[in-house]
Design a protein around this ligand. Structure first.
Ligand code: SF4
Length: 315
């Protein structure tokens, strides 16, 4: 994949991307699309079914946190960095983008500004974001890269009718056509026993690209800015077939939970960051009544699941 570091493809346009490479999207034989799954929501269900319910079924709002806001800001700066000419993609340029990107994000999401009652707190937080951007430059040289896409929306429909979708942080395409999927993480690299979970999201994206474009991505690259580590994985077709089986099995489990209404909590480390802890029965709380009526999003009732209605979950 060395040639990816000097790839010079122009960024593709269009919400779905990749149309110029031909579609290998198979889709269900009867043309129906059942529901939609993103890697984030798939990960939610694997981590805690009740968390999935709170986010997808109940659509409970979650206030922004300092950690998620920092991730959003760092991602925004790294996306904008590649708008600049190659020679201008320096740590100084990245730092100079922090303030305007913060102002843009805060204007779009006013709740972000309330995270920092005092200017001093925001200043420290921004310094931490700048340190993460500095870390990025220790991992790769963006002056030698010309990404094919940034924040690329991808989707495909599996034969079962399940629609998979998500946003890829960055897609690099070499002159050979080899594709590298890149994801930035503002946390630290997981311990070895949790690597498979971290790679699931990347294999999910690889599966979507493979099914949509007909070519297995060459490399999956997770960049952990929190501890300056890169995790790389070269998938093959059997990997992606296994991922597809896993996603389908996961979806069947979600459907069973929708039928039974059994969204049981699965307490773990994530509870420390869960916005819904106060209403979680694992911590003495009471969830809101489970909605069983069809709402405007079509998420319920369960019989609709087998009648081909387009049901969505957000990423
Ligand atoms: S507090 Fe923990 S167990 Fe409860 S919903 Fe949140 S993640 Fe699940």
């Amino acid at each position: 994949m060395d040639d990816l570091s000097t790839a010079t493809h122009a960024r593709e346009s269009g919400a779905h991307g990749g149309a110029d490479q031909g579609s290998a999207d198979r889709g269900p034989e009867d043309g129906t699309v059942r529901q939609t799954l993103s890697p984030s929501r798939a990960s939610d269900f694997m981590t805690c079914p009740l968390l999935y319910r709170f986010r997808v079924i109940d659509k409970l709002p979650e206030p922004p946190s300092i950690a998620t806001a920092r991730g959003t800001l760092v991602h925004a700066v790294l996306e904008r960095l590649f708008d600049r000419p190659a020679a201008d993609r320096t740590p100084q340029t990245a730092r100079a983008l922090v303030q305007p990107e913060w102002e843009r994000l805060a204007a779009e999401e006013p709740g972000l500004a309330t995270l920092f009652p005092a200017e001093a707190e925001r200043s420290v937080w921004m310094s931490e974001a700048c340190a993460m951007l500095d870390s990025y430059f220790t991992l790769e040289d963006p002056t030698r890269l010309e990404p094919a896409d940034r924040e690329l929306y991808v989707e495909t429909v599996l034969e079962s009718g399940l629609r998979l979708r998500g946003y890829i942080d960055r897609l690099d395409v070499a002159s050979s056509g080899d594709v590298r999927i890149v994801d930035y993480k503002t946390g630290t690299a997981p311990r070895e026993e949790y690597e498979a979970r971290a790679l699931f999201q990347m294999k999910f994206y690889a599966l979507v690209l493979w099914r949509a474009r007909g070519r297995v991505p060459k490399l999956l690259q997770l960049m952990y800015l929190g501890n300056r580590e890169i995790m790389r994985y070269a998938p093959d077709e059997s990997d992606l077939r296994a991922t597809e089986r896993k996603v389908e099995a996961l979806w069947r489990a979600i459907e069973r939970a929708q039928v039974s209404g059994d969204w049981r909590p699965r307490p773990g480390k994530i509870c420390d960051w869960c916005a819904h802890k106060a209403i979680c029965p694992a911590f003495g709380g009471t969830p809101p009544p489970l909605r069983r009526e069809t709402d405007s999003s079509g998420l319920a009732p369960i019989p609709a699941l087998t009648s081909g209605s387009a049901l969505t979950s957000s990423d």
